[in-house]
Ligand binder design. Structure first.
Ligand SMILES: Cc1cc2nc3c(=O)[nH]c(=O)nc-3n(C[C@H](O)[C@H](O)[C@H](O)COP(=O)(O)O)c2cc1C
Length: 360
């Protein structure tokens, strides 16, 4: 599929890049869960939907330096399973030439449908070297980067930014500079770098930024349930959303969005469904990382079991599990306990339309 941000059906629904989380296994899990909605649609409804609500996944950032240095581990992180497409690969770095070469290498090796440039990451490891959000303080360098990456690839190039470094209004001017440089789409996480994850993502600011550019804009930050997706779209008038923490342990956020877009009632996520998907995700995770991957799957388990009443006693076994069998046993214990299993992030939960602060 060829990706064209301006022409694809709106609203654009996408998974936000998250380091150590949005790998191939998780992206496949999301696509699987959403594919189930299609089974509920009639042929006529499918034609009417015309691709609306089909999520686009943004893979976690990779270092342009590492790609150009020939680090195979990093390049392997950009491998794509066919089920994940369309997919956008995010890259980070401070040198426009290195960024351009890395984008070209990734294109030639795995051919993602789009490239995204990280200009929003606040962590010191990146920003001390004019990477990530620090690029917002260097508009000329940022522009050059967009121009050079665009020239190196024949797929759309998007940029993910923050509201600003310390001034939240900075994105208003910066987004115009990126548009002039040729960016095809901008996502804004409407908190400053200085804020980190504190306070709320300023959805009114996104509306203001969107009004100032003619390329598509995706809203990001605090879109933690399917209902909040529609509330944020209404408030920001953005072309779509990029969902991060709301998707962790909750791939159903995307199936529920698709159901709502199709005019269906969102299906509540039962405990049986939760367990079925955790097992499938675990299989994909092991396929990617081997049996040793069980330990790195624990971070996903933490998210899958978040906000479920009565779950606490079952967590210890799962969070210390070191084999697939132990995970399966722990999940069976949960099923045997007959918990209702409705998470606070489910569309049918009474608080699903409320904005809440989520820790990172
Ligand atoms: C664990 C984690 C890893 C992240 N890694 C990235 C990343 O690789 N690239 C990026 O642009 N943003 C990254 N982010 C930021 C998110 O993409 C998103 O902008 C932020 O979490 C706000 O959205 P949310 O409220 O929906 O979580 C990360 C966030 C989290 C929680």
């Amino acid at each position: 599929m060829k990706l064209n941000w301006a022409d694809i059906p709106k609203p654009i629904i996408a998974l936000s890049p998250m380091a150590d989380m949005t790998d191939s296994a998780f992206c496949r899990t999301i696509k699987d869960v959403v594919a189930q909605v299609d089974e509920r649609l009639t042929e006529e409804q499918k034609v009417q939907m015309n691709g609306i609500g089909q999520p686009i996944v943004f893979r976690e950032m990779v270092s342009s330096q590492a790609i150009v240095r020939g680090n195979n581990k990093t390049l392997n992180m950009t491998d794509i399973h066919p089920a994940e497409r369309p997919l956008v690969q995010q890259i980070f770095g401070s040198d426009p030439d290195v960024m351009a070469v890395s984008a070209k290498i990734i294109m030639e090796t795995h051919a993602p449908e789009g490239i995204d440039i990280n200009m929003g990451c606040p962590v010191y490891k990146l920003v001390h070297d004019f990477n990530g959000a620090a690029l917002m303080k260097e508009p000329e360098l940022a522009s050059e980067m967009v121009r050079k990456v665009k020239a190196a690839v024949d797929v759309p190039v998007s940029v993910k930014i923050r509201a600003g470094w310390d001034n939240p209004k900075q994105c208003l001017e910066f987004s115009k500079i990126l548009e002039q440089a040729g960016a095809d789409l901008i996502t804004v996480h409407a908190r400053t770098k200085k804020q980190g994850y504190a306070g709320a993502s300023d959805w009114d600011l996104i509306k203001e930024m969107k009004a100032g550019v003619s390329i598509p804009v995706l809203a990001n930050g605090d879109i933690h349930t399917s209902l909040l997706t529609f509330i944020s779209l209404e408030q920001t008038k953005a072309d779509g959303v990029l969902i991060a923490r709301g998707a962790l342990g909750n791939p159903w956020i995307f199936s529920q969005i698709k159901e709502i877009l199709a005019g269906l009632e969102p299906t509540p996520t039962t405990m049986q469904e939760r367990v079925r998907v955790i097992k499938k995700h675990l299989d994909y995770h092991i396929e990617l990382y081997g049996e040793g991957g069980i330990k790195t799957f624990r971070k996903h388990l933490v998210w899958y079991l978040r906000g479920i009443p009565g779950i606490k006693p079952f967590k210890i076994k799962l969070h210390t599990s070191d084999s697939k069998q132990v995970v399966h046993e722990g999940l069976q214990d949960i099923l045997d306990a007959d918990l209702e299993g409705l998470s606070s992030r489910d569309a049918t939960h009474p608080d699903a339309a409320e904005r809440t602060h989520m820790t990172k």
